[in-house]
Design a protein around this ligand. Structure first.
Ligand SMILES: *Cc1c(COP(=O)(O)O)cnc(C)c1O
Ligand SMILES: [Zn+2]
Length: 408
């Protein structure tokens, strides 16, 4: 890992060698999230726009020189990343926006953006010779870790709150994870998992706590710019729970700026559900306060965002904003995305709901990217709730004719 110069605490700024600490700043414990520091001069020699244009590897690993893994480390066989970026012309017209793009990260192998982080987690576990990897999750980090671990035959222990949607639990079980259902909230499952990894020496793929995960998530930002022929968007909308994705996006855009691949940072807009919006509140008032989360969007139902320092910094430094949306607005966003053939789970659609909310404050010519973070098949109950049950008829033309007159 000669491309990594160290790990820097987001609270005190102290820098450590990558071999010196495993997870967090020793002085600050769970709060002392570390940020990976790179040697951009060296990376600039290994990663060029021209080289990328000729690289046939359309996955996150095309950016390996910018990732915190050994150049020789074997990578998991699952195809992670390089998800499609669609131009959404009709949706854009409805919002009076001429340049709207949707990046569908539900197209990753386990159907959420989390695969970008889990792929790195699994490589790190193998580099360290760990035999078991663990995480706590509202669902997607779990199913993603279980899938990536299965692809390399790595044992994994997964903590989920008992409220996790069935489809995500089904993924875990099918991928052969050791699943532990916690009678409590996600935040409680998270704390239990951290203690377990300390006591048993399991490798922790816990969001924020493990500094390498947001480096995986940043690949979404790298891809967006490459897919737009190295034009940085003006604004990027993304849903926020723990804040690791938005922190990762910020990192990815800053990397590209440092390498001279883009000329400015996009404004980052973090979208939270009204029932789980501690970062919206912290951004407005300057004071952070945990809350008891309650929203249909399970993947962002987080009361104590672990990566809050990076998440708040991402929005502040990029000149963006935080927006809260109601569950009703999230369901409406699911319907609208569905009309463009993008099937999002509630948290996957929340970013778009945020755009709808502030669209009339945006210059129509701006280049806007909305990240769709997870697939709708993960939570079919919510999709049905967002729409309505279809009519039922007898198998006769008489009934069909009557229905046609009434409804079609
Ligand atoms: C995890 C997740 C998020 C939020 O990511 P954070 O890093 O926790 O902010 C958003 N959408 C989906 C679908 C997710 O799985
Ligand atoms: Zn520190």
């Amino acid at each position: 890992m000669d491309n990594v110069v160290g790990l820097k605490c987001v609270l005190c700024g102290e820098e450590y060698g990558a071999d010196e600490v495993l997870y967090v700043c020793p002085k600050h414990g769970y709060e002392g999230i570390l940020d990976v520091q790179y040697d951009y001069e060296l990376i600039g020699k290994r990663l060029t726009k021209e080289g990328l244009a000729q690289n046939p590897d359309y996955s996150i690993w095309r950016y390996k020189p910018l990732l915190p893994v050994d150049a020789e480390s074997p990578i998991p066989p699952l195809q992670v990343g390089w998800t499609p970026l669609y131009r959404a012309q009709r949706l854009g017209e409805k919002l009076s926006l001429s340049n709207l793009y949707l990046k569908d990260d539900g197209r990753n192998p386990t159907a959420s953006l989390k695969d970008r982080a889990s792929a790195i987690g699994v490589v790190k576990a193998q580099e360290l010779g760990k035999r078991i990897i663990t995480c706590a999750s509202t669902g997607n980090a779990a199913s993603s870790l279980a899938g990536l671990a299965a692809s390399v035959g790595l044992r994994n222990v997964i903590f989920v709150p008992e409220s996790a949607p069935r489809a995500k639990v089904a993924q875990l079980l099918i991928f052969g994870a050791q699943v532990i259902m916690v009678k409590g909230t996600y935040d409680e499952a998270f704390d239990l998992c951290l203690e377990a990894s300390d006591e048993f020496g399991w490798y922790s793929r816990n969001t924020a706590y493990n500094p390498y995960l947001s480096e995986g998530k940043k690949t979404a930002a790298l891809e967006v710019c490459e897919q737009l022929s190295w034009q940085a968007p003006d604004r990027v909308f993304v849903s926020v729970g723990d804040g690791c994705i938005i922190g990762g996006l910020h990192k990815g855009f800053k990397d590209l700026l440092a390498l001279g691949f883009i000329e400015r940072l996009p404004k980052l807009v973090g979208v939270q559900a009204e029932g789980a919006a501690p970062l919206v509140r912290a951004w407005k008032t300057g004071a952070f306060q945990p809350m008891v989360p309650c929203t249909i969007a399970d993947s962002i139902s987080v009361g104590v965002p672990r990566d809050r320092v990076k998440a708040l910094r991402a929005v502040r430094e990029s000149g963006g904003q935080y927006v809260a949306v109601s569950d009703e607005e999230i369901l409406e966003a699911m319907r609208q995305l569905g009309r463009e053939a993008i099937f999002a789970e509630p948290a996957g659609a929340a970013g778009f709901a945020g755009l709808v909310k502030v669209a009339d404050e945006i210059d129509p010519q701006e280049l806007i990217v909305v990240l769709v973070t997870g697939n709708g098949l993960k939570d079919v109950e919510s999709a049905i709730k967002a729409t309505k049950e279809p009519p039922k008829i007898e198998p006769t033309m008489k009934d069909l004719r009557r229905l046609r007159e009434e409804r079609l």
